[in-house]
Design a binder for this molecule. Structure first.
Ligand code: ADP
Ligand code: MG
Length: 258
């Protein structure tokens, strides 16, 4: 099945978000299909992180709609009326979405394994036995089986970020959001994290990846979306957007990062 015919997983229509008088997201339309890898590029301050945070219920949008897996972010339908979600409902919806940030954000006082089982046990009410078994599988998948009992501070940045990815996957998300996951890493550690992400893409995970790693976008993305000043400037397959960009703003951005 090609991506174009896969079911829609994320749909954004006319999304606006302001901080005070600073209009940061100014009418974003975006469709991400199940199994699609979308790389989101754009200059610093163009609203990429804000938009990801809106998808993940971390920010409330001012206008427009976002839906994930057919459910509106922030709202519940009842008949033909919309009700704002309560905190418990938001927590339950958010557990379908994994997010990995530039800073690894592991719990420093917990071992690697404890980091992975905490949310599945507390939020998803998994049994400790099955959560631990799943955590060990995931650590194996990211090449860190032997680090289960280590504390985050004893790991390299690349290892910590691989744990952060495994921790997000432990919740069995339908969607993974990555916000510049390799930007805080020493250059020699970037590859091991991108390799894990590439494996995840190969396994069919739906991913939105904010990144400046153009090589990764070229090789792994189904779709490259270029944002500037809170809008989508252009979007399409990497061969089109990276090799033959239609807009001057995309061309000048690519000239700086390539
Ligand atoms: P990007 O990720 O593309 O670099 P961001 O979404 O982080 O862009 O930021 C877009 C704009 O929104 C910037 O001008 C930034 O200063 C502003 N901004 C981001 N987060 C906040 C916040 N929590 N409060 C106020 N302004 C913010
Ligand atoms: Mg950002």
């Amino acid at each position: 099945m090609t991506i174009e015919s896969a079911p829609v997983l994320v749909e954004a229509r006319g999304v606006h978000k302001a901080y005070g008088s600073n209009l940061v997201v100014r009418g974003i339309d975006m469709t991400v299909r199940t199994g699609e890898v979308m790389c989101l590029l754009g200059p610093s301050g163009s609203g990429k992180s804000t938009f990801l945070r809106c998808i993940n219920h971390l920010e409330k949008i001012d206008a427009g709609t976002i839906s994930v897996a057919g459910e509106l972010v922030g709202y519940r339908r009842q008949g033909d009326r919309l009700h704002e979600l309560r905190d418990a409902e938001i927590a339950s919806r958010r557990s379908d979405i994994g997010m990995v940030f530039q800073s690894f954000n592991l719990f420093p006082h917990m071992t690697v394994l404890e980091n992975l089982v905490e949310a599945p046990i507390r939020v998803r009410r998994e049994s400790p036995t099955s959560a631990r078994a799943r955590a060990r599988e995931l650590l194996d998948a990211v090449g860190l089986a032997e680090k289960a009992d280590a504390y985050p501070r004893s790991l390299s940045g690349g290892q910590q970020q691989r744990v952060a990815i495994a921790r997000a996957l432990a919740m069995r998300p339908k969607l993974m959001l990555f916000d510049e996951p390799t930007s805080a890493l020493d250059p020699e550690l970037v590859g091991e994290v991108l390799d894990v992400m590439r494996g995840l893409a190969d396994d069919g995970m739906t991913m939105i990846v904010v990144t400046h790693e153009i090589g990764f976008a070229r090789e792994v993305a189904d779709t490259v979306t270029f944002m500037d000043e809170g809008v989508v400037v252009e979007s399409g397959p990497p061969t089109q957007v990276l090799r033959a960009p239609q807009h001057e703003r995309t061309r000048s951005f690519l000239a700086k990062v390539l």
